[in-house]
Design a protein around this ligand. Structure first.
Ligand code: GAR
Length: 205
């Protein structure tokens, strides 16, 4: 299957700016694939409204109060019905069940606003400021069964300025997120990589 006929499933919970950056690159042909389905666990998510406006296949199920495994089984059905090849978490603020991760093993990417393994979990930019690091950034990684821990695909660094607030630092990191997520997706869809332990290594096939 060529990269161009591959189908992305994008999972989001909120603003959806990473989704929009990916969609923009797909629509202008810089990223050779299709968006197969956009899913949100928050029916009111701004990103979901944008997917609708763009005429993309999309849907939501409210995750509030739902059993994780049962909820994820419904999400997996939706993604499979829409023949999704690669799943991209784009601000999807919900832990995935082990069943979901093994069903799509090696086919789930996430973006996180820090240079992992530093500052996993919530409020990574705040964690970076509190810790006093001078450089932070963002990471695209494969998703495994632990939080923000799978093999790293791409990273980009940004400086932390003395004048930074969480808002200014987040905005600087976000600009890099929008670049590297599409770059990582394009690379992974082409399939010219292998995973050795924790290392994602470029191949030339
Ligand atoms: C992004 O900064 C993303 O890295 C972060 O949520 C934001 C979503 O923004 N994800 C995480 O913190 C996951 N642990 P967006 O909805 O505008 O793409």
């Amino acid at each position: 299957m060529s990269a161009a006929s591959r189908r992305l499933g994008i999972l989001l919970s909120g603003r959806g700016s990473n989704f929009e950056a990916i969609a923009h690159n797909v629509l202008n042909g810089r990223l050779e694939c299709e968006i197969g389905f956009v899913f949100s666990n928050k029916p009111q998510a701004h990103g979901l409204a944008r997917a609708r406006e763009l005429g993309l296949p999309c849907g939501s199920i409210d995750s509030a109060g739902q059993d994780r495994a049962a909820f994820d089984a419904q999400v997996a059905d939706l993604l499979q019905q829409n023949r999704v090849d690669l799943i991209c978490l784009a601000g999807y603020m919900r832990l995935l069940s082990g069943e979901f991760i093994s069903k799509f093993s090696g086919r789930i990417l996430n973006i996180h606003p820090s240079l992992l393994p530093a500052f996993p979990g919530l409020d990574a930019q705040h964690q970076a400021l509190v810790h006093g690091v001078k450089i932070t950034g963002c990471t695209v990684h494969f998703v495994d069964e632990n939080l923000d821990s799978g093999p790293i695909v791409l990273q980009s660094s940004v400086p932390v300025l003395d004048t930074d607030t969480v808002g200014s630092l987040s905005a600087r990191i976000l600009r890099e997120e929008h670049q590297i997520y599409s770059e990582a997706i394009g690379w992974i869809l082409k399939g010219n990589y292998r995973v050795e332990g924790r290392r994602v290594i470029k191949t030339h096939n």
